[in-house]
Design a protein around this ligand. Structure first.
Ligand code: ATP
Length: 237
């Protein structure tokens, strides 16, 4: 971490799928204990950005530094061990294994705060009730809690959330986003891609707006939430 508290620094990063350029010269930063929201319309490049940060998609230009180490070009498992945990939109859980097994097989090799199985069950009491059940039989909201629990047990310093409230009822959506907001108190940092942009801005410290692969705005979550053009374009005002 640098002296100003920067944990993640992304400089002029581009990425492409063959000839389709999905990120163009993206620069952003995340400080320790900060929750940063990435806003943008469908196809803006939000998921691509998270995939580039977790090493799933190689970048074609630019530089990514995490905890003062250059990390672009590293593989996903190396980044996981370095302290970056990715909770993807597809909720990567093992459906035929129990909730207990899903939690206990996580490699806790990161260098961030320790989360035990008990910590995850305290955070998401619904998982305690479903502890012995196959994960594939859980509701969408419960599966999302399990995916987040697994992400935390890897002991990240930075956690990347891709649409954590996708498909959830308003109750579960609020609960899950509230739990993400509470991670700040543990000193964790998060990048949050969320379709419910209004809710994301409520728990974020800062936000960036992506449009067709480029950052077009950045500011505090309050500034972005109050900007009339953002309200009109993204917040349904
Ligand atoms: P959404 O909110 O709809 O999930 P997004 O902001 O996450 O969108 P991305 O999924 O990152 O956007 O997509 C950015 C661009 O890259 C889009 O034009 C998309 O069509 C393209 N793209 C994404 N994945 C692939 C792929 N595997 N192959 C080719 N093009 C892709």
């Amino acid at each position: 971490m640098t002296s100003d508290g920067t944990l993640l620094s992304v400089k002029d990063v581009s990425a492409a799928y063959g000839k389709v350029v999905a990120l163009r010269g993206v620069s952003l930063s995340v400080k320790r204990g900060e929750i940063v929201a990435i806003l943008g319309a469908n196809g803006a490049g939000k998921t691509t950005l998270l995939n580039a940060l977790s090493g799933v998609l190689p970048i074609t230009a630019g530089r990514i530094e995490f905890a003062e180490q250059r990390i672009d070009g590293r593989r996903p498992w190396e980044l996981s061990r370095a302290g970056i945990s990715h909770v993807p939109e597809g909720r990567e859980i093992f459906p035929s294994m129990t909730v207990e097994a899903n939690l206990k097989i996580v490699d806790a090799f990161g260098s961030g705060p320790v989360f035990s199985v008990e910590d995850v069950l305290n955070m998401f009491p619904r998982l305690r009730e479903r502890f012995g059940q196959a994960a594939g039989n859980l509701s969408g909201g419960e599966q999302q809690m399990l995916a987040i629990g697994r992400g935390l047990m890897a002991r990240p310093r930075l956690i990347l959330f891709d649409e954590p409230s996708l498909g959830l009822s308003p109750f579960f959506s609020k609960f899950v986003l509230g739990a993400i907001g509470a991670l700040r108190a543990k000193g964790l940092s998060a990048l949050l891609v969320e379709q419910n942009m209004r809710a994301a801005l409520k728990i974020a410290d800062r936000a960036y707006v992506l449009r067709v692969g480029s950052i077009v705005r950045e500011g505090s979550a309050c500034e972005i939430a109050d900007a009339p053009d953002i309200q009109e374009a993204y917040l349904g005002a």
